[in-house]
Design a protein around this ligand. Structure first.
Ligand code: 0WD
Length: 256
């Protein structure tokens, strides 16, 4: 029996078989969790349905995390299939592409800042608030994905770095808010991985090469490795870990 047997997990942010959310879904499925998925829009519906089926899941629901109505609707629907929820995975980020080119102040706009923070940080708290009643009394866990650009000025990461800094603070405040209910909140700070979202970041190839040359393990991380850590963090094996940012980056962040 896997260490997530009996757990119900909602996965938000699956876009392709390269998505970090896919690595997480596969690890959680392997460890015995029941899964439900959301998809951002109709373009992704069929693909997400197929991938869900590979994890023995038939629960796929539309959700643009910029919409409170769509977030509410996810939990209304989920309650029809499940009597409770143990895990929410938030694997979503967005900033207008132009803001991820050149240096931060070259393209910064008030609207770009608002969108990046809304979709990449606020949406995590919005999911927690909407899912809170379903998670009551179940030792539930929430997990989001962040990146080193939250703490260091990484070339081209720009406004997304600000949004990830907000997300990391969000993890701590959410952990404090939900701790009295036994609900844990953590983030994985993943090393760079070639996904659809990463394709939006200028010069991404150089980031991968740099990590490969300089990380203690001299290689890049895989979605499977992020998935395994996510499964552990959302399981009862991690019952005293909350409010943490856990690095899954082949050790890159410790280097000078
Ligand atoms: O190097 C990387 N790939 C890293 C990613 C390193 C460290 C962290 N991360 C983070 C990302 O910032 C993000 O928070 O991991 C998370 C997942 O990213 P991913 O797996 O790299 O990217 P992807 O497979 O593209 O999934 C993210 C998806 C979107 O894909 P696209 O590329 O179409 O934007 O987030 C979804 C969307 O499907 N998404 C939304 N979902 C609901 N509502 C929204 C939205 N408004 N916007 C984006």
């Amino acid at each position: 029996m896997g260490f997530l047997a009996g757990k119900n997990a909602l996965i938000v942010g699956l876009a392709s078989n390269r998505s970090i959310a896919w690595g997480i879904a596969q690890a959680m499925h392997r460890e015995g969790a029941q899964l439900a998925f959301t998809y951002q829009n109709d373009k992704l519906k069929e693909r997400v349905e197929k991938m869900a089926a590979e994890c023995d899941s038939s629960i796929t629901l539309p959700c643009d995390v910029g919409s409170d109505e769509q977030i509410e609707a996810v939990f209304t629907e989920l309650k029809k299939s499940w009597d409770g929820l143990d895990i929410i995975i938030h694997s979503v980020a967005f900033a207008p592409k132009v803001e991820l080119e050149g240096t931060f102040l070259a393209h910064a706009t008030r609207e770009g800042f608002r969108i990046a923070h809304d979709i990449s940080s606020y949406s995590f708290s919005a999911l927690a608030m909407a899912g809170r009643s379903m998670m009551a009394g179940r030792q539930a866990a929430l997990l989001t994905l962040t990146y080193l650009g939250a703490e260091r000025a990484v070339p081209h990461y720009n406004v997304m770095g600000l949004a990830k800094a907000s997300l990391e603070a969000n993890v701590r405040y959410m952990a404090y808010s939900l701790g009295t209910e036994g609900i844990r909140v953590n983030a994985i700070s993943a090393g760079p991985i070639r996904t659809l979202a990463a394709a939006g970041i200028a010069d991404f190839r150089n980031m991968l090469d740099y990590v490969e040359r300089n990380a203690p393990l001299r290689r890049n991380v895989t979605i499977e490795e992020v998935g395994n850590t996510a499964a552990f963090l959302c399981s009862d094996l991690a019952s005293a870990i909350t409010g943490e940012i856990i690095y899954v980056d082949c050790g890159f962040h410790i280097t000078a």
